[in-house]
Design a protein. Structure first.
Length: 434
């Protein structure tokens, strides 16, 4: 079959690899000059930087398997540490490498900065979540789910974990999705809750290896080519002067909605109304400085997390401060926001953390970085119309806007599209009369 994939982010690349593995003829269209979509490497001030600080966890099995298939050396590419939510003073919750309910319970009991009553309250609530199958009402927020927990537990565990996993503050975040991520981290095997922090630029983790693999296996990759329109052509589709048996829209929700508008108005409506959040990453440099953990959660904003890039395998002296749901600070210009983060770095870390005042090296904002993972959010389905499918982290599924969600959706779209085309061919009149 001839399959067109529109968009070369992580979902589109996963779809392209899957389709080639199934021995189909693939053409991949990307409007930008680089691959990776919202998780890519960019060139700023003569230096390669990621467009934001991304993290993976050990439970991202589809993503990790895909990287291995493309020849990526996982231990070299990702710095693995057990899940830890450490504050600037080095206090916080840290699991061991087993990532099991027992490990979680031991970490909670060992959290000596919390009162005993707080630790026991968290364990009791966790048992209730487990007995419910990590499920709850669709319209429940994370804040409502955890309202009965002591404040120190919510501030020291729930809030940073929610923002890290869902990129959405607890007051607006879906409790159902939060519990699903928690379940997968604790119940899907050894190391599933481990943090996997990129030791290489994002482009080297999947986009560039995927490009090399696709080209070696006969796929056609067209960069700097926007798909202007999509027209039906018999049982297939016409785009960019070519005919295709099936199409997968792996571009942004906005672009996918534009292309799908004439073919399924209901799908168009859902995709075009997906709420998005921006994420801003402030890169600082301070030679000789080190943090107590590779990833530190910050109890007071604007940034929620700080990353010590040296601890992750990068050059020394580099730090990334990440502001999720950065639209809250939209009234500030980028320099004002960077100054707030610089002041935050100096105020919240212990004295002598910074041998000298850190310098602002880069300010990168991804304006539609993630969809807002709200309770009861209606997300569009993978099948748009017939042999037109969609892939992306915003597509209906159990995960929030994560790299794993994108990869899974790309692979699922290929299986669905190929199965749909095969079913149509098997029930066609010509085949029935033969």
């Amino acid at each position: 079959m001839k399959i067109a994939i529109v968009g070369a982010g992580w979902a589109g690349l996963a779809a392209a690899v899957k389709a080639v593995q199934r021995r189909h003829e693939v053409t991949l269209f990307e409007m930008a000059s680089t691959l990776g979509g919202r998780a890519r490497t960019v060139q700023t001030h003569g230096q390669r930087r990621d467009n934001g600080q991304h993290i993976l966890i050990g439970a991202y099995h589809h993503t990790l398997d895909l990287m291995r298939e493309l020849g990526v050396d996982i231990p070299q590419a990702l710095h693995r540490i057990p899940l830890c939510l450490i504050d600037p003073n080095g206090s916080g919750l840290a699991l061991n490498a087993t990532s099991s309910p027992t490990s979680f319970a031991m970490a909670v009991l060992g959290q000596d900065s919390w009162k005993w009553s707080s630790r026991l309250a968290l364990l009791r609530e966790s048992v209730r979540w487990a007995l419910s199958g990590f499920k709850c009402a669709e319209d429940l927020s994370v804040e409502a789910l955890t309202r009965g927990l002591p404040q120190e537990v919510r501030q020291g565990l729930v809030d940073p974990l929610c923002v890290a996993a869902l990129n959405t503050p607890p007051a607006r975040a879906s409790a159902r999705v939060f519990l699903r991520v928690l379940r997968d981290a604790l119940l899907t095997g050894r190391g599933s809750a481990d943090l996997l922090l990129p030791s290489r630029p994002l482009g080297d983790l999947l986009p560039l290896p995927a490009l090399d693999w696709l080209q070696r296996h006969g796929a056609e990759v067209k960069l700097r080519q926007r798909v202007a329109s999509l027209e039906r052509s018999g049982a297939g589709w016409q785009l960019c002067g070519g005919h295709f048996d099936g199409v997968i829209l792996a571009c942004s929700a906005k672009e996918a909605a534009r292309l799908a508008q004439d073919h399924d108005p209901d799908w168009y409506r859902l995709a075009s109304q997906i709420p998005h959040e921006s994420i801003t990453t402030i890169y600082l440099r301070c030679v000789g400085a080190r943090l107590k953990a590779p990833m530190t959660f910050l109890p007071r904003g604007p940034a929620q997390f700080a990353f010590d890039l040296k601890a992750m395998g990068h050059a020394s002296g580099g730090f990334a401060f990440v502001i999720s749901a950065a639209d809250e600070f939209s009234s500030l210009d980028r320099d004002e926001l960077a100054q707030l983060v610089l002041q935050q770095a100096q105020d919240q870390f212990p004295p002598r953390t910074w041998p000298q005042t850190p310098q602002i090296e880069a300010i990168l904002t991804e304006h539609r970085a993630t969809f807002r993972c709200e309770p009861g959010l209606s997300r569009p389905s993978a099948q748009v119309a017939g042999n037109l499918w969609a892939a992306g982290d915003y597509i209906e599924g159990p995960y929030p806007a994560t790299l794993e969600g994108a990869v899974r959706s790309g692979q699922f779209a290929v299986e669905g599209l190929v199965g749909n085309i095969s079913a149509m061919q098997n029930t066609s009149p010509n085949r029935g009369n033969s």
